[in-house]
Design a protein around this ligand. Structure first.
Ligand SMILES: Cc1cc2nc3c(=O)[nH]c(=O)nc-3n(C[C@H](O)[C@H](O)[C@H](O)COP(=O)(O)OP(=O)(O)OC[C@H]3O[C@@H](n4cnc5c(N)ncnc54)[C@H](O)[C@@H]3O)c2cc1C
Length: 590
């Protein structure tokens, strides 16, 4: 069985030493002192370790089953789901008006990492519900909010998002699901959706589907799309459950990973639906869900790799093979543990330095979302700019990290017994759903860079610049500030390249978009590491905090700056090579 230790110490450092949550001046944050957040994270960790993590391999082995039109989840999921609900975890950052606890989003994200690391497939049932909750909260009428939100906050009813159809995933303008208006103001929804996560299951009384469909008069493409609430069971006026709606599960998909989550083909046969938000403005309403969901998927990407890394460390300390080149480290034994070998260290340092940087970036992003919720338009703009970076970069690197961790096990990583293969298989989907990563790169270069006249990317550069200026003559200058400045310059040069060449030849921009997303990701993580270094150095100088933890933090950050950040130069060179090497061959030559 695999191990998992919730990284509460590291989260506390991010929340308090770096983000300084309780002193941020945001409403509701003043209570978030270190003792309080530690108690929350410890309690989440206990549930994760004792209940969720033991079910991870069970879910993987058993998967979900479709029995007489109803999806059955793996053994133990129902009990664990009740424990999650009873503990109030599904309501943590939801609106108190609908039964939520009203905590800042950043706390939902921190506990979310712990739950995803313990059991990603299981956590998706409540994760998707949270996304649907947010969309109804932002765009629903009062009546819709009163009808659905209290039950979704408690997860008595769960939620889904239904975009994908057999012939369209990325290009939603092609979708065919139809919505026909009825005299009573409702709609009849007809069509087929595929790949719907948590589309049906036995964990909740009702499933509230949010469905994209085309209503008459909306025109071609994405402009004609509207969003509808389609409950599995119709809801009576008094809130009780009525008859079954015309939506059913056509099949369960067989897939590479996340077996514990039901991925369904959903058939809508004249199902009754109600418009959510404005008619023909469904994409806008869906984006409320998608931005949150993309941050959530970025989180999944690295959170899945956290236990993979922890297991790799344990294995590297235990497994003996070969001798250290500098002399035996374990002379009494037949060989030395793997961890003495520089190449194993390289792998573990790649993993550790990425994971701690990724955690910091995700919590920082969630903190920006909290600022945005409190009216800070600049913070909202920054997080919108960085959403494709968080989704694309963290999931690519998260997957890579699971593979690195698996590699530490040699052949034992490939067989199922050690549990490493599941981390790799589960992490892989994060690069695909919520918009495949190539499309995230397109969004970043094609839309987000120029959004609001390029104001947000300029704000990002200014933020990094003023940080570097403030700490430009300090103990961390050589190791952190100078490399960050150089990497940020590469990012600015790449952005300029797109501005100058992209208009003349869009292929020039789009051939480099993936590299740009990774270049941006490295700069963002470098910026996070520089901030963590300032916090660690400050605490060490003041003699506060755990000195061993703080020194480890600085050494891990130095590794990232020296060994990962220089990748920005490679990405820039690729971007500057333009479209020619990418597009030279005719399609027939492949
Ligand atoms: C396990 C699982 C769970 C899922 N859960 C849900 C869910 O809950 N709800 C839901 O609605 N969907 C869900 N999906 C669907 C998922 O979001 C889509 O598969 C994904 O968005 C990609 O769409 P597609 O598969 O149709 O690929 P396509 O759109 O056909 O894309 C294929 C490839 O082409 C690339 N591509 C497409 N267009 C362009 C372009 N213009 N320029 C450059 N490259 C391009 C893409 O990056 C991708 O690599 C799920 C999928 C899976 C496998």
């Amino acid at each position: 069985m695999t191990i998992y230790n919730p990284p509460v110490r590291d989260m506390q450092f991010a929340l308090h030493d770096v983000l300084k949550l309780s002193r941020s001046g945001l409403p509701g944050h003043e209570d978030l002192d270190p003792d309080f957040t530690e108690a929350i994270l410890d309690a989440a960790g206990k549930l994760a370790v004792e209940v969720l993590a033991p079910l991870n391999a069970v879910g993987d082995r058993q998967g979900c089953r479709l029995e007489n039109g109803v999806v059955r989840t793996p053994d133990g999921f129902d009990k664990a789901f009740r424990a999650m609900k009873d503990g109030g975890w599904t309501a943590l950052d939801c609106d108190p008006e609908y039964g939520g606890q009203g905590m800042p989003y950043v706390m939902g994200v921190a506990t979310g990492e712990i739950f995803v690391s313990a059991n990603m497939a299981f956590n998706m049932y409540q994760g998707l519900t949270h996304g649907a909750y947010s969309a109804i909260h932002a765009h629903g009428t009062d009546a819709q909010k009163q009808t659905y939100l209290p039950k979704m906050v408690s997860c008595d009813w769960t939620g889904t998002m239904n975009l994908t159809e057999p012939h369209c995933g990325t290009d939603l303008g092609l979708l065919r699901t139809k919505a026909e208006p009825q005299d009573d103001g409702s709609y009849r929804i007809t069509g087929q959706k595929i790949f719907i996560s948590a589309g049906d299951h036995d964990l909740a009384e009702n499933v509230i589907h949010l469905v994209l469909a085309k209503a008459p008069g909306g025109g071609e493409g994405t402009k004609g799309i509207s969003l509808f609430i389609v409950p599995k069971f119709l809801v009576n006026a008094d809130g009780s459950l009525g008859e079954r709606n015309g939506v059913s599960v056509g099949a369960l998909e067989h897939k590479m990973g996340i077996h514990g989550n039901s991925t369904c083909v959903m058939n809508y046969d004249g199902a009754r639906g109600w418009l959510l938000g404005d008619l023909h403005k469904g994409m806008r309403a869906m984006f409320t869900m998608m931005n949150e969901a993309r941050l959530g998927v970025g989180l999944q990407g690295y959170a899945c790799a956290v236990p993979a890394y922890q297991n790799a460390v344990a294995y590297a300390k235990d497994r003996v093979q070969g001798r250290a080149v500098t002399g035996a480290a374990n002379p009494q034994g037949a060989a030395d543990p793997l961890i003495v070998h520089p190449d194993i260290r390289r792998s573990l340092m790649d993993q550790k330095s990425f994971l701690e940087g990724a955690r910091m970036l995700t919590l920082w992003g969630a903190h920006m979302i909290d600022k945005g919720h409190n009216g800070d338009a600049d913070a909202e703009g920054l997080v919108s700019l960085l959403t494709p970076v968080i989704k694309g970069f963290l999931t690519d690197k998260g997957f890579e990290t699971t593979v690195l961790a698996q590699q530490v096990f040699g052949g034992h990583g490939y067989i199922e017994e050690w549990g490493m293969s599941q981390f790799v298989r589960d992490a892989r989907i994060t690069m695909i759903y919520e918009g495949a990563n190539g499309v995230q790169a397109l969004d970043l270069v094609g839309r987000k860079l120029a959004q609001d006249g390029g104001r947000h990317v300029v704000a990002f550069f200014d933020m990094v610049k003023s940080f570097c200026k403030e700490h430009g003559d300090s103990a961390i200058t050589d190791d952190f500030i100078s490399p960050l400045k150089a990497a940020s310059k590469d990012l600015q040069t790449a952005a300029m390249f797109f501005m100058e060449r992209g208009m003349k030849n869009p292929d020039d921009a789009l051939s480099g978009s993936y590299d740009f997303m990774h270049l941006f990701g490295h700069v963002a993580l470098g910026f996070m590491w520089a901030q963590m270094a300032v916090a660690a150095r400050t605490a060490l100088d003041a003699g506060t905090g755990d000195a061993a933890f703080l020194k480890t933090k600085l050494a891990t950050g130095r590794y990232y700056m020296k060994r990962q950040l220089p990748m920005t130069g490679t990405h820039l060179a690729r971007i500057q090579s333009g479209a020619a090497p990418v597009m030279e061959l005719e399609a027939e030559a492949f």
